[in-house]
Design a protein around this ligand. Structure first.
Ligand SMILES: [Zn+2]
Length: 495
């Protein structure tokens, strides 16, 4: 029986503002869409936090036994410089500045994005579609929205009619914004505007002569509006209605609000059941921004090459640091906080390596390990509460160290559950990778030589019937997380 049958997962739904029991549309299957990056610059650390948050969601759903189809797009066209739909296309601008083709910009920063997420040990999504690969589908859905009366053509561009939509639907359902307030707070339309109302947003824009990323359409040679691609790619791969849609908090309005309106207008169905939003990362208490220099790139974190850092940090430690906070809370990044996380990380890894050395005794009574495992699930079932999970893993760290230091026995069965649960949650669910001395090749070679020498000395001792020395070598190695394994072919070791 899959785990999800007896684990009740609750998800904080931005749509209702409440934690709701997760019930997928099809039992055992989950469709999840997350807004991916606009690939016109190096991915910044705040974006990485968003994608690590949804990697945690993806991993835990899989751990529970769901078959998950995770779609995360690449925005390679249509995202203009400012979200009010003016200015240059971000990718085209970068291409102009770097004097390369727009698709070279796309390729360069897509590769960078993949490399960085791979270092953070994020699992790749099931499908990673691109906006430029779905122009035909975007044109088709615009036709549908026009046919339903929720969009109009003006001077070669097509706009979504927000006021018309709001007569029979609720524009603002996700963000909680009121249309009257939006109308009161926006500027008057000027003569150059083709829109009927300032709240209307572009589904298709006619290309200005200098706009180089352009495609033919029934209305003009132009390009799709940014919000449209996510509606098209999510419905194409997950259906008109699907389970989870995620993204950064900053996308809630207007991007996600517009996605709901487009989907609802085209199909008459509410496209998404659970909306999830990951919060931002600040640096030393302030918003990260390239313009103020209060900014750090992932590669600077890994190399230590940034003034705010005293040293370099491995991707796994940075990942652990981020998962120590709830994905819905703002997290402040600082050198001190990372150093503290590094200490905690090593404590956890050391304890996991030591757990197999806990002595066992069949006459023991229970140490409460099954209850502890249930608490791990309770933490994750509470809207993917990774800080609560990590706190619970540290209870196990204390338990392991106490048993080993004082040579206290536990039941073999409990020891097995302890080890498996630690591995499941630390490596599979949190997606951490053990950083050991073996990371460094030189150190690894030295360590291998030393352990092999000890194995040889132990074999000699045993040949001389000096079992006390032989056992001491084995036990001391075990206490340092190195397991010896005897077989007919000789002795091998593992960390
Ligand atoms: Zn999107």
């Amino acid at each position: 029986m899959p785990l999800y049958e007896h684990q009740e997962l609750k998800i904080y739904n931005s749509l209702s503002g409440e934690k709701e029991v997760f019930q997928p549309l099809t039992n055992g299957y989950v469709g999840m869409y997350v807004c991916g990056p606009t690939v016109y610059s190096n991915v910044h650390l705040g974006n990485c936090r968003t994608f690590i948050s949804f990697d945690l969601v993806f991993r835990y759903l899989k751990h529970l036994g769901y078959k998950v189809r995770y779609v995360r797009n690449i925005t390679d066209a249509g995202h203009l410089e400012n979200d009010a739909e003016t200015g240059e296309d971000r990718i085209a601008k970068k291409a102009r500045l770097e004097e390369i083709e727009p698709m070279e910009v796309v390729q360069k920063y897509t590769v960078d994005f993949h490399n960085i997420l791979y270092k953070f040990n994020n699992l790749p999504p099931s499908i990673e579609p691109t906006a430029t690969g779905h122009i035909v589908e975007q044109i088709e859905i615009i036709k549908e929205i026009i046919d339903k009366g929720f969009a109009y053509e003006a001077n070669g561009s097509v706009y979504f009619d927000v006021l018309k939509y709001n007569e029979s639907n609720h524009y603002g359902i996700l963000s909680g914004r009121k249309l009257e307030d939006m109308i009161a707070n926006t500027r008057e339309l000027t003569a150059q505007d083709d829109k009927r109302n300032p709240q209307d947003f572009a589904l298709w824009k006619k290309a200005e002569p200098q706009h180089i990323m352009r495609w033919p359409s029934p209305w003009s040679v132009g390009f799709p509006g940014w919000h449209l691609e996510c509606t098209v790619m999510s419905s194409k791969y997950l259906g008109d209605e699907f389970d989870i849609h995620g993204g950064g908090m900053d996308l809630k309005f207007p991007h996600h609000e517009c996605e709901i309106a487009q989907g609802q207008a085209a199909t008459g169905k509410n496209p998404v059941n659970y909306w999830m939003h990951a919060n931002m990362l600040t640096l030393n208490g302030k918003k990260m921004a390239k313009s103020t220099g209060n900014n750090i790139l992932p590669k600077e974190l890994f190399s230590g090459d940034n003034d705010v850092l005293s040293k370099s940090y491995s991707p796994s430690i940075a990942r652990f640091f981020m998962l120590q906070a709830n994905y819905r809370s703002i997290l402040d990044f600082s050198d001190e906080a990372l150093t503290a996380a590094e200490k905690g990380f090593h404590k956890l890894m050391d304890a996991i390596a030591l757990a197999p050395s806990i002595p066992t005794n069949p006459n023991n009574s229970s140490s409460g390990i099954k209850e502890w495992r249930e608490e791990c699930y309770e933490a994750m079932n509470d809207d993917f509460n990774s800080p609560a999970l990590i706190a619970n893993l540290f209870k196990a760290v204390k338990f392991i160290n106490h048993k080993i230091e004082n040579k206290i026995t536990i039941l073999e069965e409990e020891k097995e559950i302890l080890i498996k649960t630690l591995h499941d949650f630390t490596f599979d669910v949190l997606g951490l990778e053990a950083v050991t001395a073996l990371e460094n090749n030189q150190d690894s070679e030295r360590l291998t030589n030393v352990v092999e020498l000890l194995i040889e000395l132990r074999a000699k001792a045993r040949a001389n019937r000096d079992f006390e020395t032989g056992d001491k070598i084995r036990d001391e190695l075990a206490a340092n997380g190195i397991q010896l394994k005897d077989s007919k072919e000789g002795t091998t070791f593992s960390l």
